[in-house]
Design a protein. Structure first.
Length: 89
């Protein structure tokens, strides 16, 4: 599981039918305490996240299970919206 920030959304009118009804968001994974990678990825939204929110993201099989189907062609899924983060170093 990783922490990321939602930075945008993706509109795809033609996509695999198993993705129909899901929102696709662009995310930047956290690199270190409060620093986000300069890398954008796409994740399916399972919880109703919005732009600017910090979220919990799962990948692989966990992502497919998060949307309720092991056959869904998805690599990453947003499974939680973070209220606060406390990182002690």
């Amino acid at each position: 599981m990783l922490i990321a920030k939602v930075v945008g959304h993706v509109v795809a009118t033609k996509k695999d039918e198993l993705l129909t009804g899901f929102k696709l968001l662009t995310i930047c994974p956290m690199e270190s305490k409060g620093i986000y990678k300069n890398k954008v990825e796409v994740a399916i939204d399972a919880v109703g996240a919005g732009i600017g929110e910090e979220v919990l993201v799962v990948r692989g099989t966990a992502a497919r299970l998060a949307v309720g189907s092991p056959d869904t062609p998805v690599d990453a899924a947003i499974v939680g919206i973070i209220d606060t983060i406390d990182i002690n170093e």
